[in-house]
Ligand binder design. Sequence first.
Ligand code: 5CA
Ligand code: ZN
Length: 413
Amino acid sequence: MKSWAEVAIPPLDSSFFFPPLSLWDTARGGSFPLVDKDLYRLYVCGITPYDATHLGHAATYLTFDLVNRYLRARGSQVRFVQNITDIDDPLLERADRDGVDWRVLAQSQIDLFRGDMVNLHILPPDHYIGVVEAMQLVTDSIATLNERGTAYSVDNDLYFQVHSDGAFGSRSHYSQGKMLEIFSERGGDPNRIGKRDPLDALLWLGHKDGEPSWPSSFGEGRPGWHIECCAIALHYLAPESDASTSIDIQGGGSDLIFPHHEMSAAQAKILQGREFASHYVHAGMIGLDGVKMSKSLGNLVFVSKLVASGVDPMAIRWALMESHYSVDRSWSDSLLSDSIAWIERFRRALSMMEVAPTSSVVEEVIEAQADNLDTARALNALKKWIVVCESGATGGQAGELSRAMDAILGLAL
Ligand code: 5CA
Ligand code: ZN
């Protein structure tokens, strides 16, 4: 699938020191620095294209954009891959409900999403891959799991034995009860007769009338969700054969901790014989005025609607950075209007003839970002600079600050 348009990163003054980036790893339950590397492999779970792009999606992609930007600013390369779940139950159900072809629905949402990502200044993935176009990769991966004796069939469907990975459960750390509860909520089928373990995950669904299907050596059908990301990540990120993990970062929202990331990691472990990712990083859920944003409540706020109403996408970026990426947080009109006001003041300050000293604020922002992306601290440093600037302080270089904030925080004014 075509990625979205290039987003330029301005060059940084080489005198700035970038400490290693520490990120919270859900598997280890702590914050750990990424080891120094010339090339990092980043996989971020993409949209299921039927309700893009709400502010929850935007917050999650912004989080990994900040990771990407920091690693690049530090001088490393980042190989970044994202999928599109362009075949799955929720997409088919929505297409059915709205009386549209699932392919038409998916394409319209992908187009919308690309435009939103460009407006929000999210760096595009090197490979933006739809599951449908990656079907051969997915069926090859399933065939390998089958050959390794980790799959079995129930009627026409194929399941993955989650406990064939001895480390199953070690990325999410949920109790059996909690895993069963979430598994049911997220499309799992713990009570299906014939399954060897209630948590075993669907690899392949045999063809059903009225549903799209693809050929495979295990019959006509379509893939389960978790194997899609596993197959796409392992192929397009092209892991190094001698590394201890296949990729550096597996990212997504916290709703993916279980079952999605646990299952993909377990499948990848069987395929590659090593841990899938060094860091499993999760962004908190965005709600609206204290209530979880959800389709059923009809309280989704869309990026494209805000932008169409004249909101500066940089104000959306600023608002999402006001609190820590890892916590569940709430969107509100007042958060947006405060952010619009700060962006205006920042823009005005940057255009003054004389500005307050800038190197120290860049250093503070770098330090905050290195510490598990502490964007609230980074914005506070910027706010202080704006206030000092407005009071008439001098001695800085506006260009230095504006280039650094664009490169590191993606704030292009
Ligand atoms: N296609 C799958 C991942 S393979 C999926 O979860 N699609 S999604 O469209 O539902 O979500 C896309 C991304 O946005 C995922 O990383 C998900 O964790 C994240 N996300 C979804 N809702 C929210 C929310 N309310 N707040 C923050 N992130 C969210
Ligand atoms: Zn995924």
